[in-house]
Design a protein around this ligand. Sequence first.
Ligand SMILES: Nc1ncnc2c1ncn2[C@@H]1O[C@H](COP(=O)(O)OP(=O)(O)OP(=O)(O)O)[C@@H](O)[C@H]1O
Length: 250
Amino acid sequence: MAVRLEGVRRVFGSRAVLDGIDLEVRRGEFVSLLGPSGTGKTTLLRILAGLDRADGGRVEVASARSVVFQEPRLVPAKRVWQNVVLGHVQNRVTRSLAAAALQEVGLGRHVDVWPKTLSGGEAQRVALARALAGEPNLLLLDEPFAALDALTRIRMHDLVAQLWRRHLPAVVLVTHDVDEAILMSDRVIVLSGGGIRFDARSPLERPRKRGDAGFAALRARLLAELGVASPEAGGHACALPQFQSWSHSQ
Ligand SMILES: Nc1ncnc2c1ncn2[C@@H]1O[C@H](COP(=O)(O)OP(=O)(O)OP(=O)(O)O)[C@@H](O)[C@H]1O
């Protein structure tokens, strides 16, 4: 397992944002985490990343983990390759490893440039290279595509899918985008009210196409779980049938 959580709880003030989360993520599994705003997705990801603590429960996480945030978080005074190295104080990423990681994300010609010369999409690819350079067995992605334009976002989806197939880390992707979750992941989890409201494996073959009937059915089901009426469901979020093709993980 890359992640094993038992009864994880996180309280801010008097509110338990996470209230008894049980979750296992297998090695190599691609999981998306959806949920209405403020339901604790980022909090959960930060606990997995070791950037926040749980107030209760057990947290077991793979030792080699990397995070990519919504913004690339590059140091302006360091060249691109140095930014890649910077993320890996403990396991010594060399310039040549950094250059190889940059090559993999299509930035082989940007190794020596300054971050300010990069576009938003390129800067986010540097952040991805930095995450991959440590060969993580758990890759944590907190809305990494949210700030990108639509075309760049599609390219990033393809790139991340390609890199995932090649390196096979477990991935936990926090997103607000239901289509993105369906396109990318083996399994989709919906957080709500402090707990896991929905957790199911995708029945769709890869590569996935937005136009397919199965895709539309899954979208409608997830939107219903999120409490949003969808056109596929005739506008009635609650009136959807159970899709037997989703296999529940727990
Ligand atoms: N350090 C903190 N101190 C106090 N409250 C916090 C802290 N971090 C998060 N919260 C609160 O916990 C709740 C969950 O926040 P979190 O960012 O995890 O939600 P989210 O599901 O990722 O939201 P969004 O989809 O809007 O990004 C929010 O109400 C937030 O205000």
